[in-house]
Design a binder for this molecule. Structure first.
Ligand SMILES: *Cc1c(COP(=O)(O)O)cnc(C)c1O
Length: 362
């Protein structure tokens, strides 16, 4: 078996020991004589997985008692619609900090059923190359909530200091950087993240939800779309994607065994540091369009002198067993997604390869 080094933005690489663990017990889950995916979502075997996944989130993200962990489906994209449906009262407006695709999409969904306004932007000369600072935000103290995208997976930008929305609940789409470092969950009304970047496979969305906000869910929307239903049902109001939650649990065990969120931060800064170091040391060949203070530790993006050289780099990297480095089609260039699971030694291999490529082609 030859595994490639997978820099895809999502679904993304997972820790090899996690895949091996699932592989080994796939046919017989903990001696029950059946696969986890054949177990009832209401049975004892799955209940154990569910509880452990939740308690690992609580431990690793230091989630306070005011908040609960919910599992939903429909990806982050469903949350773009569900957040305004549940959290914005009649006649109220919601604030959106715009850092490009994803926050744009979230705001567009909010505008379908009510009012939403842009409370800040990362746009410079038509491009989203930074995140706005606190002093630049124009937050509405009467807003139902303030929404932002903590890491813009496509633009390669990331908030290194989170917005302060005062008493207005702060809502964050953390799909591409949840658990990348320790954070203060108490500052958030809601954090949501599709699992397929930093947590596990596609199929489940994790919510860290401030419980009192469930009272906002209006009875005018269908029950299955109410946060209150999911909270009251412990995410088991209907059949949950059991395998996806199981894989997330396995990834969380791995994060814990590595040393938790502080260890993830150290590892992620080291990886991103070596890629940005390579870029900054070769200014004639590599160029990162993102402002230094807004650079993503998860999805470093960069350009080469020409698009032809970018194509060549992508092709030669693939030959060398490194895939998924093509930038998003809306922005082009190179993107290296280096989530928690990506091994620092594999990033080093890519950096060595890219430096040699610059030497040859510069
Ligand atoms: C990938 C991504 C999404 C979309 O997630 P889906 O699970 O496909 O709905 C939304 N927001 C961010 C920040 C993402 O990276």
């Amino acid at each position: 078996m030859t595994r490639v080094i997978n820099f895809s933005a999502g679904p993304a690489t997972l820790p090899l020991p996690v895949l091996e663990y699932a592989h080994n017990e796939f046919l017989d889950h903990e001696g029950t004589g059946m696969s986890l995916i054949e177990h009832s979502h209401r049975g004892a075997a799955y209940a154990k997985v569910h509880e452990e996944a939740k308690s690992l989130f609580r431990e690793l993200m230091n989630v306070p008692d005011t908040h609960d962990i919910l599992f939903m489906q429909g990806g982050a994209t469903a949350q773009f619609a569900l957040v305004p449906m549940n959290l914005r009262g009649a006649g109220q407006s919601a604030d959106y900090i715009n850092t490009g695709v994803w926050s744009d999409k979230a705001m567009a969904e909010a505008l379908i059923l009510g009012a939403a306004r842009e409370a800040g932007t990362g746009k410079v000369d038509g491009k989203y190359t930074r995140v706005p600072k606190q002093a630049e935000l124009e937050l509405d103290p009467g807003a139902a909530y303030a929404h932002f995208t903590s890491n813009n997976t496509i633009m390669g930008t990331q908030f290194h200091e989170y917005p302060d929305s005062g008493d207005v609940p702060l809502v964050a789409d953390m799909s591409s950087d949840i658990l990348w470092r320790p954070i203060d969950v108490s500052k958030f009304g809601l954090i949501y993240a599709g699992a397929q970047k930093n947590l596990g496979p596609a199929g489940v969305t994790v919510l860290i939800f401030r419980k009192d906000l469930a009272e906002r869910s209006p009875s005018t929307i269908p029950k299955i779309f109410r946060y209150k239903t999911i909270l009251d049902g412990d995410s088991l109001q209907n059949t949950i994607p059991t395998f996806a939650v199981y894989m997330v649990r396995n990834v969380l065990r791995w994060v814990r065994d590595q040393g938790g969120a502080p260890a993830m931060e150290k590892r992620n800064r080291e990886k991103a540091g070596s890629i940005y170091g390579m870029i900054d040391e070769n200014p004639g060949f590599f160029h990162c369009p993102v402002e230094v203070e807004s650079r993503s530790m998860m999805n470093p993006v960069f350009r080469l002198p020409t698009e032809d050289l970018e194509k060549k780099l992508i092709a030669e990297a693939a030959e060398a067993g490194m895939v998924g480095i093509k930038g998003h089609r809306s922005v082009g260039g190179i993107r290296t997604s280096i989530y928690n699971a990506m091994e620092p030694s594999d990033v080093q291999k890519f950096v060595d390869f890219a430096k040699a490529f610059a030497q040859k082609n510069g």
